[in-house]
Design a protein around this ligand. Structure first.
Ligand SMILES: *Cc1c(COP(=O)(O)O)cnc(C)c1O
Length: 386
């Protein structure tokens, strides 16, 4: 068993190098000095292992990357300016013109746009499949398939994929598997231990944890990360700033405590919602009523704070009134911070609604609020639309 609290509190930190400060400094520098030409030359020959310029390595960022790589049981990690910088850099590094991607359907909207609008301009095609059956991935594979892209669960309808089964399909064919693991955080789902090659995070969510930073992470084997560093990382330049790396290090100190609290509160709120007459359906893989419950229990260690419900009412005005009446749940996108959130699917335009995001679908995120306070808030909002 890996020691999570050791990783969060100590791993990667070299306190004796900065006056034994318990909190590492923010190395707010773009540039690094060299004693002589020989040393500069040596550094340039291996930038990955050197401090030359902060578009490459920065000491604050390195501490962060060591911790996340250890949490994800991966060789190494790189931190980016956003989840999307991480996702697009990792995807681009895995394909070339003429290649093919098989992706789970309904993946994160901007990852989807990368595959449907952006990559086709460079001759890269993507086939989207219903990920609930691993055979759908196998059937979509072509001779030029280089990447299988997963998001388990996805963040609006919460369908999950069998990670071991997909890995077993991809490995013998030499196809890279990649997963957006933001939903679970490294504490709840460990894709690398189930055979997935590359693990991605929007660190703007649980890893940062306080809704005060935007960042992304790519974790993978050392060889993959070295190639990514020397190519997309340095070339596209979507790096995290030292300050945001430091903010995330600060967020990580409480990751375990936050996740345990959010998980326990979510169970209570879900119990309330699953038994509520004004709720038609709860979309949540770890609900015992979910058709994917057995798989969810096998892959995921605990319930997490994000889920959707379909209200029994189809009346758009009532649904809007319900959402507007909530006081403890802030209306907004994103999730993973301290604040509980509500995001109604009816805020999408009609085109998106056609993808199965019915108007009565509402996404909730459970933050650090008291469970009773959240439940009584839901209660008063439901009463307004009886
Ligand atoms: C937010 C999010 C992203 C994008 O991350 P940013 O940090 O906003 O760029 C990717 N995947 C999922 C599942 C997300 O929720």
């Amino acid at each position: 068993m890996k020691d999570i609290s050791f990783i969060l509190n100590h791993l990667g930190e070299e306190r004796e190098r900065y006056f034994n400060a318990v909190t590492p400094p923010i190395f707010q520098t773009s540039n690094f000095a060299f004693k002589n030409v020989g040393e500069l030359k040596k550094a340039i020959s291996d930038e990955k292992e050197s401090y030359i310029y902060s578009r490459g390595n920065n000491p604050t960022t390195i501490i962060l990357c060591r911790k996340i790589a250890a949490l994800e049981d991966c060789g190494e990690a790189l931190a980016f300016a956003s989840g999307m910088a991480a996702i697009s850099s990792a995807v681009i590094s895995s394909v070339a013109s003429g290649d093919h991607i098989v992706s789970v359907r309904n993946n994160y909207s901007w990852a989807n746009i990368l595959m449907t609008r952006f990559l086709p301009r460079f001759g890269i095609e993507t086939t989207f499949v219903d990920g609930r059956d691993p055979e759908n991935f196998e059937n979509a594979i072509r001779s030029n398939t280089k990447l299988i892209y997963l998001e388990s669960p996805n963040s609006m309808t919460f369908e999950i994929q069998d990670l071991e089964a997909v890995s077993a399909i991809a490995r013998p064919k030499g196809i890279t598997t990649m997963i957006d693991n933001s939903y679970s955080s490294p504490l709840t789902q460990s894709p690398a231990s189930m055979g997935i090659d590359i693990v991605l995070h929007s660190a703007s969510k649980y890893l940062g944890g306080h809704s005060d930073l935007v960042a992304g992470i790519v974790c993978g084997p050392r060889e993959f990360i070295t190639r990514l560093f020397n190519n997309e990382y340095l070339t596209l330049g979507g790096i995290i700033s030292p300050f945001n790396a430091w903010l995330m290090l600060r967020g990580l100190r409480t990751l375990q405590a936050r996740i345990e609290r959010i998980s326990a509160t979510t169970v209570k709120v879900l119990e309330y919602l699953e038994n509520h007459p004004q709720v038609e359906e709860v979309l949540y893989p770890l609900s015992p009523r979910s058709p994917q419950y057995q798989l969810a229990v096998r892959q995921m260690l605990r319930p997490m704070g994000l889920f959707s419900v379909r209200l029994a009412s189809r009346d758009k005005a009532k649904i809007e009134l319900f959402v507007n009446s909530l006081l403890q749940f802030i209306i907004g996108v994103s999730w993973g911070g301290h604040e509980s959130l509500v995001f109604p699917a009816l805020s999408f335009d009609e085109e998106r609604t056609k993808e199965g995001y019915s108007n009565n679908l509402i996404r909730f995120y459970i933050g650090l609020d008291e469970p009773d306070s959240l439940i009584s808030d839901l209660d008063q909002a439901f009463r307004k639309i009886i």
